[in-house]
Design a protein around this ligand. Sequence first.
Ligand code: ASP
Length: 319
Amino acid sequence: MGVTLFAMGGTISMAGADRLDGAALTAAVPGLDTLAEPLDIRDLEPIGSGSLTFERVLSLAAAAAEAVRAGSPGVVITQGTDTLEETAFLLDLVWSWDAPLVVTGAMRNPTLAGHDGPANLLAAARVAESRDGRGLGVLVAFNDEIHAARFVRKTHATSTATFVSPDAGPIGHLVEDRVRVLTHPPRRRVLPVPVRSARVALYTVTLDDDPGTLAAVAEGQDGLVVAGFGVGHVPAVLVPTLGELATRMPVVLTSRTGGGSVLRNTYHQPGAEIDLLGRGLVDGGFVHPYKARVLLKVLLGDGATWSGDQVAAAFAQFG
Ligand code: ASP
């Protein structure tokens, strides 16, 4: 049995107003015939990645698991790139199999010179069928690089080199027809599939911010992720509101910079990390704000009531 390909929408399949189905997509890929077995193609309802939902991604995770249970050595998902850093991480949180689950897409559509879809699809399929890709959780194969879902980010609106892992670098590369894994991400913790849709907002602090805006965003939420300045700081004027929110819901502190970790024990001033953690905010560590929101939604979606300490313990395993 070959690698299973779930073909969704996105630029990789957008030929003008038409959409390439899985068969047309794979027909345009030289080198796919060098795979050990032909791809087992499953066409999904096309959808722009910006309209994907947790429900849809989790049902895709279940379908991918079913393919592996049936004997597939690995799975490839093609989708739009816009939310790929979030969908790949969500899949990774619930993917308990050794078999690789590899997500890819394209930045240039099939009508453009230098369409990157075929190379990305071939790379993803090679990783999905390789022994070296096993046990690494969900991976992103793009631009001849292999990234761990946990670290990968979309960092450029148009570049074919948009996917990078600012904190960890790629864990491997495609070299000629070989999959070269150079480093292994830390051991993952697989979480239960959420049984309810928790409401988690992301609030990015900005210059001359306003507590009223923060309070409005947090209204009715089950949890909040704050993307703070630099090492995890907020304007002092937001501190009372954040402290009050942290008594009612988990509030996770992350950095809006997109690289590096928030600190725990360096700055004391109002709105700095020592002040905020002392008021019950959770240390998000290295977890990027977008991924922190995914993680908090999955945690709170298990139906239990989570204390701040429990959320902090869970984040410590990822951050
Ligand atoms: N807007 C598209 C999407 O994410 C971009 C892409 O496919 O890369 O669905």
